[in-house]
Ligand binder design. Structure first.
Ligand SMILES: Cc1cc2nc3c(=O)[nH]c(=O)nc-3n(C[C@H](O)[C@H](O)[C@H](O)COP(=O)(O)O)c2cc1C
Length: 219
């Protein structure tokens, strides 16, 4: 049976990012796969420490030398058939936890060689899901696209397929905006936007989950 891993780079277990990942998991399950949702924030781990053990000539490649709570996940991902990376946008970047995860996952499977720089054992379809307060227009003004393109490139280089992407703009952050200092947002506008757009986003996430599994290569 094929397996899809969904990686939640939000500290909120049931937030916007997790909800879209769960929709994608249902899509993958509809295509006959099993799925697993991994929440990064409860795990004790750091980003790459630049030890370069993964690139030593006399060592097995594709293994991160740091031993911590991320280690078993990195091993499990080699058995995956598809993976979705989900992250909220923090300071117009991925969350720190997702960046740390990607450093460990992608860099440990990368060699500084002229050819065949990826040592990841298979071609693996993937997707990035991003959720953010910004509207599409604001994301464009802040050149978010350029930043995210770097993660697409890094992931395509290692997993050997261009990842697909789902963007959720103008998300609802609080249940009750009146409890917070948040006058820059209109709760009514946010909720109306969500009502109009969220079902289609979940539908898209579902389709992505299903199609990642359908395109996963049988080894
Ligand atoms: C520390 C922090 C920084 C944030 N920075 C941004 C930002 O730069 N741009 C943006 O559009 N939203 C920003 N947000 C809002 C979140 O990206 C947005 O609410 C997201 O949908 C939260 O996802 P979640 O519900 O899965 O946690 C930030 C939120 C936090 C907590």
């Amino acid at each position: 049976m094929k397996k899809l891993f969904a990686i939640n780079g939000s500290p909120r277990r049931n937030g916007n990012t997790a909800q879209l990942l769960q929709a994608a998991m249902r899509g993958a399950e509809a295509a006959g796969a099993e799925t697993e949702l991994i929440h990064l924030y409860p795990l004790h781990f750091k980003g790459c420490i630049s030890c370069f053990a993964c690139k030593l000539k006399d060592r097995e490649h594709g293994i991160c030398a740091i031993k911590d709570e991320l280690s078993p996940i990195l091993t499990q991902l080699k058995e995956a058939d598809a993976i979705i990376f989900g992250s909220p946008i923090y300071f117009m970047n991925l969350s720190a936890c997702m960046v740390a995860f990607l450093e460990r996952f992608l860099f440990s499977n990368y060699l500084y060689t002229v050819e065949n720089s990826s040592v990841f054992p298979k071609t693996m379809p993937s997707a990035f899901f991003y959720t953010m307060n910004a509207t599409e227009e604001q994301a464009r003004q802040f050149h978010l696209e350029d930043k995210l393109a770097m993660y697409d490139m890094g992931s395509e280089n290692i997993l050997k397929v261009k990842p697909c992407r789902l963007m959720a703009y103008n998300t609802v952050q609080f249940k009750d905006y009146s409890k917070y200092e948040a006058s820059m947002f209109s709760e009514a506008d946010k909720k109306a936007y969500r009502e109009a757009n969220w079902p289609q986003l979940c539908e898209k996430a579902h389709t992505i989950g299903k199609s990642l599994i359908e395109s996963a290569v049988d080894l």
